[in-house]
Write a protein that binds this ligand. Structure first.
Ligand SMILES: Cc1cc2nc3c(=O)[nH]c(=O)nc-3n(C[C@H](O)[C@H](O)[C@H](O)COP(=O)(O)O)c2cc1C
Ligand code: SF4
Ligand code: SF4
Length: 261
């Protein structure tokens, strides 16, 4: 019984979930969505196919959507999707994924939100440590139930509230995508030219002509570069100044880097 889990993760929450499921589902294989996109690997042949990704502006991350559009799934596997997030149940990630899959003659059999920590620090600071610990405990419990449901091939649907306004917000975000990275600033006095920001970028959107990052306007706003910088040299305008940076505690920086860089 082969399971393939595709994941996208900038700060480790979704990778942690994908790895936890891999450990719980015997023989499950993990595949990185940015790497599959870069390598042109769009064939999925398995008894169960899963997708784990962060909620981005109440919908699918841009690369996850692009990947789903191109994916060719053989046969009629059990298909599940999990969106990690800070605030669950608002948005349309699963409606949107279902729409894409249905055009390929597939359907989403099971969907879940998994509340962890919001890494969207342009809006608000990272949650307090005690809150992170409680959410991690609750998420661990929910993940055990999810793994059991996947093993039993159970059907599971999830609330997706406020669909019209959420879809509008998501659409407006997509329309300003070319300008997203104009907000990034690098404090060159602080930057040590370590290159991690370039290597974590799933969109190959960072060049470092003189050692420091220069953004190339292909950003998908995953915030990987901002959070991974070990000396906090990257800010999103003034909004992130003084705010904490985040990475899931069980995920190392090297686990988030991409092969193509
Ligand atoms: C651009 C962007 C938009 C986000 N939008 C939402 C959102 O609408 N709702 C939410 O609950 N979390 C939102 N988040 C937070 C992430 O979904 C959450 O932190 C996720 O678990 C991060 O997963 P990762 O560590 O695998 O990248 C957003 C994060 C980013 C970077
Ligand atoms: S991760 Fe930070 S220190 Fe390293 S090159 Fe990028 S901005 Fe500079
Ligand atoms: S430039 Fe930064 S925020 Fe944009 S896609 Fe790359 S890593 Fe993510």
């Amino acid at each position: 019984m082969k399971t393939v889990i595709y994941y996208f993760s900038a700060t480790g929450n979704s990778l942690y979930v994908a790895r936890t499921l891999q450990a719980a589902l015997e023989g499950a294989e993990l595949r990185s969505i940015p790497e599959a996109l870069a390598e042109g690997r769009f064939d999925a042949k398995a008894d169960a196919v899963g997708f784990v990704f962060p909620l981005h502006y109440m919908g699918l991350p841009l690369q996850t959507e692009a990947f789903l559009e191109r994916l060719a799934i053989t046969g009629s596997p059990y298909i599940f999707a999990i969106a990690t997030c800070g605030v669950p149940y608002t948005g349309t990630p699963f409606v949107d994924a279902e729409e894409i899959l249905s055009r390929k003659g597939q359907q989403l059999d099971a969907t879940w939100y998994l509340r962890l920590v919001s890494n969207y620090i342009p809006m608000r600071d990272i949650a307090a440590d005690w809150r992170i610990k409680i959410r991690a405990w609750l998420a661990g419990r929910k993940l055990r139930n999810i793994a059991e449901a996947i093993r039993k091939r159970e059907l599971h649907s999830t609330w997706q509230l406020l669909q019209s306004p959420c879809r509008r917000i998501h659409q407006e975000w997509k329309e300003r995508r070319q300008r997203i990275d104009e907000n990034f600033r690098c404090d060159t006095g602080r930057c040590t030219s370590c290159g991690l920001c370039q290597r974590v970028c799933p969109a190959e959107n960072i060049l470092r002509p003189d050692g420091h990052p220069v953004w190339q306007h292909r950003c998908t706003e995953c915030l990987g570069c901002l959070h991974i910088c070990p000396v906090e040299a990257i800010d999103y305008g003034d909004k992130t100044k003084g705010r904490k940076r985040y990475r899931h505690k069980d995920i190392a920086p090297k686990d988030l880097l991409h092969k193509h860089t």
